[in-house]
Design a binder for this molecule. Sequence first.
Ligand code: FAD
Length: 443
Amino acid sequence: MNYVIIGGDAAGMSAAMQIVRRDKEARVTTLEMGGIYSYAQCGLPYYIGGLTPDSESLIARSRDTFEEEYGIDARVYHQVTEIDPDSKTVRGTNLKTDEPFELSYDKCLIATGAAPVMPPIEGKELDGIHTLKTIPDAERILEDMKANVLNVTIIGGGYIGLELAENLVEKKKKVRIIDHADRLGSGYDKEISAEIEKEAKRMGIEVCTGQTVERFSGDGRVSEVVTDQDSYRADMVVVAAGVTPNTGMIDRSRVHTLDNGAIIVNAYMETNMPDLYAAGDCATQYHRIKEKNDYQPLGTHANKQGRIAGMNMCGAAQAFQGIVGTSIMKFFDLTVGKTGLGEQEADEMNFTCDCDAFEGHSHAGYYPDNEPLLLKVVSHKVTGHFLGLQAVGRRGVDKRIDVAATALYHRMTMSDIENLDLSYAPPYNGVWDPLQQASRRVK
Ligand SMILES: Cc1cc2nc3c(=O)[nH]c(=O)nc-3n(C[C@H](O)[C@H](O)[C@H](O)COP(=O)(O)OP(=O)(O)OC[C@H]3O[C@@H](n4cnc5c(N)ncnc54)[C@H](O)[C@@H]3O)c2cc1C
């Protein structure tokens, strides 16, 4: 069987590994348009901040390992520009030689991820303006920072912008974040994002929300960012304004997609075209609480979906069980996490909800280093089902988010949560976990 995988990172190589392990006769060709295989994008902000000392440690398995140990034909600088599902052929360009190439497949996986959005802002081609997605992007930013860079403007206050801001502050840069939303971390409900903003200001970050960038200006290199309200000096700019699925190689009149271009897949990672699969940031994820396809481009989903795609491509019937919308980030001393629906999302879904924000504690109040924990819990007013948790604090956020994610996966009610047998000793919790306290507050 002849397998072709487009994209050589999380989803693509998770699939490739399943195929070579399960089908000993497999011929696997992976087509990667960049020069590096299987690396942790999630580590890039920490590489820029110096916590991760070199880019090598971000690479899970090298191209040589895939080729020599697993017999995968792992090509680099091969950009796919077209997939013909009728003749089962992929076509593209070798970016090193500029030569076209064509390959036929029995089964093909699209695992091309997502690209950073660069809004059509005047001056965006000036030197000193970056996006952050790949190791070469991070290296360009690090190289650029050697050039007398003090004032860095980040466009976008989502998790990539915030993680980057923290790491640039650690590097003694003066950081400003501009976002057109009315607050940082606007994917969170306002109670939670207010804490993010407080932390940003505490750490000396200039927060410019509710502003739209209209122009970058400078003589060859960016020196100013002009918004609809003001203009700001900038020695360097990083645009972290979201991502868009890399699906330009498919014919969208034939392959079904969401409006944003994410390829719609079923639980087996199949597209609507025979023997054509998709996984990771270029594909949809079924959301168990929303009960519909969603787009939440995260490494956790890409690895799972890629693995499941690989299994199904070589005959094992494995279903992706869907997501509940879990994510977490560190922002200086804070941990911020969410799972399920926030109040905003629950509103959009027309759920009739109880929403409760309250302050709990990381562990017993009388034990040292106890920290407040702000929780926002959403539950269904009629059925009593737990619908989501957002939490922010200096300690214990990760544990509550993961318990909540498990509860959501199993569609628990608030009363189920109240009855959970969770671990307790004073250094770790109160006798009632804050999530259980939340469940008792629901009338
Ligand atoms: C700075 C940063 C921090 C992140 N932090 C987290 C985190 O903390 N937690 C988390 O869960 N997720 C995080 N993510 C997201 C996570 O990295 C992605 O969800 C994950 O990498 C997606 O994997 P993927 O294989 O679907 O796509 P990608 O990793 O984007 O890989 C797709 C590959 O396809 C290649 N490609 C694209 N188009 C073509 C083409 N036409 N032809 C050939 N090759 C092509 C690309 O070069 C790329 O190598 C972060 C991302 C970034 C950028």
